[in-house]
Ligand binder design. Structure first.
Ligand code: PDD
Length: 269
């Protein structure tokens, strides 16, 4: 149905409590990109909050492909949101409620070419999020606040910092090149296990770049040779400024550019 006609109850627990999970998937050249990985993560997120998803992989594929075909968008953002459903407001789980499953299809507006070519600036913010950032929940208020702070100061993204260590962006994972080695914070409860992050790691290893999952201090980040962000809608985005400080020579570095080219090829397969 047209997006403007879709409705949920005011008693939906997604609306009342942020009691739900989501996924954002994209298409390249009309094909859904790494659907299985996204569905696996959706299942893990749902399970972590005590929801069990009833659709099979083929059912999801059918729904998403049909929606995408009907939209006629050349490239689309496919958004899935699952909440615990509508029930009278009470914190504990309702005995009887049907999950609300929502799929939206939006056109994908590519990032400005200039931003990609020149690189983005980011700010750092204190990580005020909870202890399970590995679950892709719809509770995004700290992310919303931090992203707004970035945009108000003219930056593209905000990077969360916990106890002096950098974690990830509000909607992206973080990589840096430090001492010729590509580093990225390890998976765990403090970051979202990004699908793009995994792909970039596989590609970096294939290209025999030295790569290590390890904690990155804010100090190391500020002194990094290169920095880039990864995410479904941005793929790989070079970062050239952190808190107003120039990174490297202020232009996207050679390792980042090589990885970008490599990534672009896989999207065309
Ligand atoms: N965000 N970290 C956070 C906190 C995220 O919200 C996202 C994705 C990522 C990157 O994950 P992936 O490569 O699987 O997209 C990392 C989506 C795009 C969003 O909320 O819109």
């Amino acid at each position: 149905m047209p997006l403007a006609e879709a409705r949920v109850s005011v008693e939906d627990r997604g609306f009342q409590f942020g009691d739900g999970v989501y996924e954002l998937i994209r298409t390249y050249g009309g094909r859904i990109f790494h659907l299985e990985d996204h569905l696996r993560r959706l299942e893990q997120s749902a399970e972590a909050i005590g929801l069990s998803i009833v659709y099979s992989k083929s059912r999801w594929k059918e729904i998403l492909e049909k929606g995408h075909a009907r939209s006629r968008y050349p490239d689309a953002k496919l958004y899935i949101q699952i909440t615990r459903g509508a029930a009278p407001r009470d914190h504990s789980f309702p005995k009887k409620a049907r999950m609300s499953v929502i799929v939206t299809v939006r056109t994908l507006v590519p990032l400005p070419t200039e931003l990609r070519e020149k690189g983005a600036s980011v700010i750092t913010v204190t990580d005020l999020r909870w202890g399970r950032c590995d679950i892709k929940t719809i509770n995004l208020l700290p992310n919303v606040m931090a992203r707004q702070k970035a945009r108000s100061s003219g930056a593209f993204e905000a990077i969360f910092v916990r106890d002096g260590m950098v974690m990830e962006g509000t909607g992206s994972n973080l990589f840096a090149v430090v001492g010729r080695q590509i580093v990225t914070p390890p998976k765990g409860p403090a970051i979202l296990p990004g699908i793009t992050r995994d792909l970039v790691m596989v590609q970096a290893r294939e290209a025999r770049h030295p790569l290590l999952e390890k904690g990155i201090s804010l100090e190391d980040l500020l002194g990094a040779e290169e920095i880039f962000l990864t995410g479904t809608t941005i793929d790989i985005l070079p970062v050239v400024q952190v808190d107003g400080k120039t990174i490297g020579n202020g232009r996207p570095g050679p390792t980042t550019r090589r990885l970008c080219q490599q990534f672009l090829q896989t999207t065309r397969l």
